[in-house]
Design a protein around this ligand. Structure first.
Ligand SMILES: NC(=O)C1=CN([C@@H]2O[C@H](COP(=O)(O)OP(=O)(O)OC[C@H]3O[C@@H](n4cnc5c(N)ncnc54)[C@H](OP(=O)(O)O)[C@@H]3O)[C@@H](O)[C@H]2O)C=CC1
Ligand SMILES: O=C(O)C(=O)[C@@H](O)[C@H](O)C(=O)CO
Length: 280
């Protein structure tokens, strides 16, 4: 791949960039133009979902851009209402039809929805879709260790990646440690807490000033140094470029610790604890 963004290798061998583009709310012609701009600025990893209703927009941006499909890493996600095996297989096929793609690089179960207890069935569908060549790498989002243990115990296959809420106010130290032990990559959703307003605080501003960087750049550098793959969303070409211009400075241990110390147990953005919160 020719991208300037460093890559990591997942436990199944697929290489993906350590920063990608979140696409939640990027839809229609303005969304396609934003995603195309991000690709042209150097993004190679695009994070979509069936429930974002923008897989078609992502596919359009991919067709419009000048980068070969093989250099891109495109993600989509299975909604909770399609965990039943047959429904999951159809949903994966529908995701491909919507994007007009032959395969997804990554396909993730979007939420475990534990009260429905069908996520293992959904996982089996992802395993089979990978065998059929529809997906290159399979993972999950919002899975707690107990959910991942069940996948592995009942199918013998563990996820390559777990996409979780992760930002300075909710640093997920224990879940990240668990991922490290299992060789599962951590991916950070809402890496900026879904907007910068709450991040405009003295601790972050002081670090940003020291390196002549912005608060978003410091926050994304913190994700990078934690070893987490971040997927900041921006519609703006200027901010897209800002968000990948983070590989020319290094936070020291004290700065890393001071950002991590902003975390607190109630730090989730919208109280979406996957033990109880469910999405369909
Ligand atoms: N698996 C899951 O359950 C979930 C997955 N996700 C994924 O994670 C992605 C990212 O999370 P998301 O919730 O979108 O929020 P983010 O934390 O990425 O924040 C996005 C917001 O920050 C603004 N922004 C981006 N860059 C900058 C910058 N440099 N300076 C100032 N403002 C900036 C954007 O505005 P603007 O566009 O105007 O620049 C937008 O308002 C999603 O898009 C989605 O792909 C998100 C939630 C849950
Ligand atoms: O953006 C995602 O991937 C989600 O799961 C969203 O539904 C997100 O959790 C949200 O916006 C909830 O209101």
């Amino acid at each position: 791949m020719s991208s300037r963004i460093p890559e990591i290798t997942l436990n199944d061998g697929l290489k993906i960039p350590i920063v990608g583009l979140g696409t939640y709310s990027l839809k229609g012609s303005s969304g396609a133009a934003s995603i195309q701009s991000a690709i042209e600025k150097g993004y190679r990893l695009l994070d979509s979902a069936y429930n974002y209703e923008n897989e078609g927009t992502v596919g359009e941006a991919v067709r419009r851009c000048s980068i070969p499909r093989s250099e891109l890493r495109i993600t989509s996600k299975l909604p909770g209402r399609y965990h039943e095996y047959e429904k999951a297989v159809s949903a994966i096929q529908e995701s491909l039809y919507r994007a007009q793609l032959d395969y997804y690089d990554l396909y993730l179960i979007h939420w475990p929805n534990p009260s429905k207890d069908q996520y293992v069935e959904a996982w089996q569908a992802l395993i089979d879709a990978k065998k059929w060549g529809l997906i290159r790498s399979i993972g999950v989002c919002n899975f707690l260790p107990e959910h991942i243990e069940r996948l592995e115990k009942e199918t013998g296959v563990k996820p390559s990646i777990n996409q979780i809420e992760l930002h300075p106010f909710f640093n997920q130290a224990e879940q990240r440690k668990y991922h490290e032990e299992k060789n599962i990559a951590t991916q950070s959703w809402s890496p900026f807490t879904r907007g910068l307003k709450d991040l405009k605080i003295d601790t972050l501003q002081a670090i940003a000033d020291r390196y002549n960087k912005s608060i978003p750049q410091v926050v994304l550098r913190w994700h990078y140094q934690l070893g987490a793959i971040s997927i900041p969303k921006s519609a703006s070409p200027t901010r897209q470029l800002e968000n990948i211009s983070i590989f020319d400075f290094v936070l020291n241990e004290e700065e890393m610790a001071s950002i991590s110390a902003l975390s607190h147990p109630d730090g989730r953005i919208a109280n979406q604890d996957p033990a109880v919160y469910e999405e369909f």
